[in-house]
Write a protein that binds this ligand. Structure first.
Ligand SMILES: [Zn+2]
Length: 131
């Protein structure tokens, strides 16, 4: 399955390949202080691959806080955050916001809340690599 998504104005778009076709897409409503304010609900697939297309790179605001491992790719034009990226050991990982999906059957998306506040940096990076 190819999952397409984009920010509201279309400056940032993505295509996530998900093989085999998912019976459901796990989605984590992150409880960090940034995601709470933004309503960020994230998914990723360890066997998938992600293609991100940016129309105007000048219209991306990269936001990081705390350990600064994660870079929130905020569209500076419409304010949506479709993708978060993180560089670990020279390899680029990412999660996508299920709220920015286009044309995906909503019944496929299984939302759950997640709180990683008590996770230390090492455990966080290990989880990112895994997922
Ligand atoms: Zn936008």
């Amino acid at each position: 399955m190819l999952i397409d998504g984009k920010c509201h104005c279309g400056n940032i778009s993505f295509s996530l390949s998900w093989e085999p076709d998912p019976t459901h897409i796990p989605a984590r409503a992150c409880a960090c202080s940034f995601c709470k304010k933004h309503g960020g609900v994230w998914t990723s697939n360890p066997r998938g691959s992600l293609r991100i297309l940016v129309r105007d790179p000048l219209l991306i605001s990269k936001y990081a806080f705390g350990t600064k491992n994660a870079s929130f790719q905020v569209c500076a034009h419409c304010g949506i955050v479709p993708v978060v990226t993180g560089l670990i050991d020279g390899k680029l990982y990412a999660v996508v916001n299920v709220n920015s999906f286009e044309g995906v059957d909503p019944s496929l998306i299984r939302r759950e809340s997640a709180n990683f506040d008590k996770e230390d940096e090492e455990a966080r990076l290990a989880r990112w690599k895994r997922n």
